[in-house]
Design a protein around this ligand. Structure first.
Ligand code: KIV
Length: 278
C-alpha cells in the first residue's frame, strides 16, 4: 500500500470528498489512526503540550519534530505525513525555512511540512515549494504567535480581521501551499475562504464547510477530561478506560492475581525445590 500524495489530497477537494486529518506523535498511535483510515497524519508541534506537558508550543525544537516525525513515519502505511516546522525554525529567513524543511523530510520522514502565518510566511513557502517540498499553511489562530495575539481566541471576527484572513489564504495559495489549515475562525468566514480557494482547507474550530477537519488525537480519543474546548468532540473517553485498566492491574499485582500461570515460564527441574520453600 502506498502513502497518499499531495495530488491524491487535491483530487479529494475536486471530487467533494472530505479529508480527515489527525495528529499523532509516535508509531503506535500512527499505526492505529492509519488503520482507521485517516487521510493525513500531522506530527503537530502541539506535542509540546500533549507529550511534553508544556503550557504552549514555543519551546518545541526541530530535533523534537524530527524525532517524532521518524517515529510516526514508521507506523504509517497509507496516510500522508505532514510534520510541523516549530517556532523559530522558519521565521528568520526563507533559507532557514528551507533548511529546516529539508531536515524534516530527510531525517523526519515528512512528505510535507506545515508552517504558521499567511502573507508574512509567503516568502518562506515559496522557497520551500521551489525546492520540491510540499507545504501546508496554517492561518487563523496560530499558536506560535500566542503572545502577540493575546491568547487562544477566535480570529477574523471583525471586518478588518476577516479581510486579512482572506488575504492570508489567497497569499499562501499564491505562494504554492497545497493545503491550508484554518484554526478558530468563524464558520461563515471559513466557508467563504474555502469557496475562494482552489487548494483544500482543513478546519479546526472553523465549522463544517471546509474540505477537511483536523483534531489532536488525544482530544478526539478523550485522554484528558479537564481539556474540552468548544471545537473538540470526544469520540471516546479513553482516559476512563485507561485509568480503570491500570487500577485493575495495580489491584491484581497487590492481591497476587497477576501474573497467573499462563503468564509464567517454568523450570521443571526447579519446581520441586521451590514448592518446598513455600
Ligand atoms: O500542532 C498541531 O497539532 C496543529 C493542529 C492543531 C492543526 O497545528
Amino acid at each position: 500500500m502506498s502513502r497518499k500524495t499531495v495530488l491524491d489530497l487535491q483530487k479529494m477537494k475536486a471530487g467533494n470528498q472530505k479529508i480527515a486529518m489527525v495528529t499523532a506523535y509516535d508509531a503506535t498511535m500512527a499505526r492505529l489512526v492509519d488503520t482507521a483510515g485517516v487521510d493525513m497524519v500531522l506530527v503537530g508541534d502541539s506535542l509540546g503540550m500533549v507529550i511534553q506537558g508544556q503550557a504552549d508550543t514555543l519551546s518545541v525544537t526541530l530535533t523534537d519534530m524530527i524525532y517524532h516525525g521518524r517515529c510516526v513515519s514508521r507506523g504509517l502505511q497509507q496516510a500522508h505525513l505532514t510534520v510541523d516546522l516549530p517556532f523559530m525554525s522558519y521565521q528568520i529567513s526563507p533559507q532557514q525555512a528551507l533548511q529546516s524543511s529539508g531536515r524534516l523530510v530527510k531525517e523526519g520522514g515528512a512528505q510535507s511540512v506545515k508552517l504558521e502565518g499567511g502573507e508574512r510566511s509567503a516568502p518562506a513557502i515559496e522557497a520551500i515549494v521551489r525546492a520540491g517540498i510540499p507545504v501546508v499553511a496554517h492561518i487563523g489562530l496560530t499558536p506560535q504567535s500566542v503572545h502577540a495575539t493575546g491568547g487562544w481566541r477566535v480570529q477574523g471576527r471583525s471586518e478588518a480581521g476577516a479581510q486579512q484572513l482572506m488575504a492570508d489564504a489567497l497569499a499562501v495559495q499564491r505562494a504554492g501551499a497545497f493545503c491550508v489549515v484554518l484554526e478558530m475562525v468563524p464558520a461563515e468566514l471559513a466557508a467563504e475562504i474555502t469557496a475562494a480557494l482552489e487548494i483544500p482547507t482543513i478546519g479546526i474550530g472553523a465549522g463544517p464547510d471546509l474540505d477537511g477537519q483536523v483534531l489532536v488525537c488525544n482530544d478526539l480519543l478523550g485522554f484528558d477530561s479537564s481539556f474540552k474546548p468548544r471545537f473538540v468532540r470526544r469520540f471516546a473517553t479513553l482516559e476512563d478506560t485507561m485509568i480503570d485498566a491500570v487500577k485493575t492491574y495495580v489491584a491484581d499485582v497487590k492481591s497476587g492475581l497477576f501474573p497467573a500461570d499462563e503468564h509464567t515460564f517454568h523450570s521443571k527441574s526447579r519446581r520441586a525445590k521451590v514448592a518446598r520453600l513455600y
